[in-house]
Write a protein that binds this ligand. Structure first.
Ligand SMILES: Cc1cc2nc3c(=O)[nH]c(=O)nc-3n(C[C@H](O)[C@H](O)[C@H](O)COP(=O)(O)OP(=O)(O)OC[C@H]3O[C@@H](n4cnc5c(N)ncnc54)[C@H](O)[C@@H]3O)c2cc1C
Length: 446
């Protein structure tokens, strides 16, 4: 059965940064200490703006969290640093000497109960190439919006269903529920990983920031010239607020007084919920060799969208769950143990029950049931393109939004969230500076 505390919140994060106390008289409140909130706070602090960050959870990082499982740091949320050339967390990590590594390009194919043949791997590769070409030529599609699935060329052959499934997994929803105008708006190639985990890296970036943990914001009043932010019994007043709460959470519980302008409220409610979950496998004898390789398992009775194998060269692997699988599990009320059973059944169908003798499944993520996330990332459904841009504009020069949902080029990612937090911080600081000239110029390298 579903528990009130999602499985992925049972572990302590592997990095707990030392945080600073909140200033008495903050100029800006940042709500949320995920990638966007940390970026915003760093950007403001670097410009000499007094900032206070209010975070609902008892940890920083939001949908990035690294925990120690059997002594290894394992990410239970985001783990790839996507889009290396444009990802600010890659740029910053390189400057800081963080242990980044380029993700492996090689992958595995398993068909039914055997390894895929070279000809099958080549056919799958061709189907991906044809689909990617068709989709990228329609990137930024300017005609009337329609589902991204309509861009897939016909005749992808027997591998077409696999290609569509993987694109659906990566998008967070099947392609018939994703806007073509918004897709594909990110270069997924050139990915990186980071030793010690993505969550651990973000936690290091939060070191020394003024963040109050366990402080869920319950209302934001922007009716006056200042903003009043209520967090249970605690009340904060500031000149501006940067809200990084996931759109799925904002949609579930409106916080604003007065209500947000209709175009902003519609932008928030119109996003669909992206679903992508992990079952973390500890499986030393897994038949796949080589670190950080994706494996496609096809032809089994239980459809499985994908595996990421031997993460960082360890016996840990991610079995990935997409939106249809999560919906089927939820429809029958399966909790984490139901996920474990499904994973074992799927793997046994491909490798035989005996091959699973040393398999354990220490953790199963359930971000869709997490009250502070309610999903993995925001998805733009057909007809809703433009929502990201609408949220980038401030409301009454007092309320700014930031977070993964706003990023078009790096949609759904921690890099996109960080970029948007940085952008909002610069805009807010500029706004304060232009109204009273009190703010000092920003040093680089935030
Ligand atoms: C399983 C999974 C795998 C993923 N894989 C990748 C990946 O490989 N690479 C990648 O780049 N991205 C990945 N993502 C997406 C990525 O994790 C997110 O896009 C990113 O972390 C979002 O950052 P954010 O700051 O926008 O939001 P969040 O990280 O969600 O931060 C928002 C913060 O606001 C807090 N909050 C919510 N409500 C309140 C409130 N009322 N008061 C105060 N605080 C509140 C939350 O607790 C949270 O800390 C994955 C996500 C999941 C779930």
């Amino acid at each position: 059965m579903r528990t009130s505390r999602p499985d992925h919140e049972r572990w302590r994060p592997s990095v707990a940064p030392r945080l600073a106390p909140l200033p008495d008289d903050p100029e800006v409140i940042v709500v949320g200490a995920g990638a966007a909130g940390v970026a915003a706070a760093r950007g403001l602090a670097a410009r000499g703006v007094r900032v206070a960050v209010l975070e609902a959870r008892d940890r920083v990082g939001g949908r990035l969290v690294t925990v120690a499982l059997r002594g290894h740091p394992v990410d239970l949320g985001g783990h790839w640093l996507h889009a290396g050339p444009i990802n600010p967390l890659v740029r910053l990590g390189t400057q800081r000497g963080e242990p980044l590594r380029v993700a492996a390009q090689e992958s595995h194919l398993w068909v039914g109960r055997r390894r895929g043949r070279p000809a099958e791997a080549a056919a799958l590769g061709r189907a991906f190439a044809v689909a990617d070409r068709a989709m990228s030529t329609q990137a930024g599609w300017a005609g009337p919006d329609r589902p991204a699935a309509t861009a897939l060329p016909p005749g992808l052959g027997p591998w077409g269903r696999r290609v569509e499934r993987v694109h659906g997994l990566v998008s967070g929803q099947s392609l018939d529920r994703v806007s073509l105008q918004d897709f594909p708006s990110m270069e997924y190639g050139d990915n990186r990983f980071i030793a010690g985990g993505y969550g651990g890296y973000l936690a290091r970036l939060a070191q020394g920031l003024p963040i109050a943990l366990g402080t869920p914001v319950t209302s934001i009043d922007w009716s006056g010239p200042d903003v009043r932010v209520q967090a249970g019994p605690r009340s904060f007043t500031a000149r501006a607020v940067i809200v990084t709460i996931p759109t799925m959470v904002l949609r579930a519980a409106p916080l604003f007084t007065p209500a947000l302008p209709p175009e902003v409220a519609d932008a928030i409610t119109g996003f669909a919920t992206g679903i992508y979950e992990h079952a973390v496998l500890h499986w030393p004898s897994c038949p796949f060799r080589g670190a950080d390789r994706l494996a496609s398992l096809v032809g089994g009775r239980e459809p499985s969208p994908g595996l990421l194998t031997r993460i960082d060269g360890t016996p840990f692997h991610f079995f990935e769950l997409d939106a249809p699988m999560a919906a089927a599990l939820d429809a029958r009320g399966a909790g984490p143990d139901g996920v474990r059973r499904l994973v074992r059944t799927a793997l046994a169908a491909h490798f035989g029950a005996r091959a699973l003798h040393d398999l354990s499944i220490p953790a199963v993520s359930a971000w869709r049931h997490d009250p502070w996330a309610r999903g993995s990332w925001a998805v733009v459904p057909p007809g809703h393109a433009g929502a990201r841009a609408r949220l980038q504009a401030p409301v009454a020069d007092r309320v700014w939004f930031a977070g993964e949902a706003l990023s078009r080029l790096q949609w759904g990612t921690a890099g996109g969230a960080y970029e948007e937090g940085t952008r909002a911080a610069a805009a807010v600081a500029e706004r304060l500076r232009s109204s009273d000239g009190l703010v000092t110029p920003a040093p680089g390298g935030t």
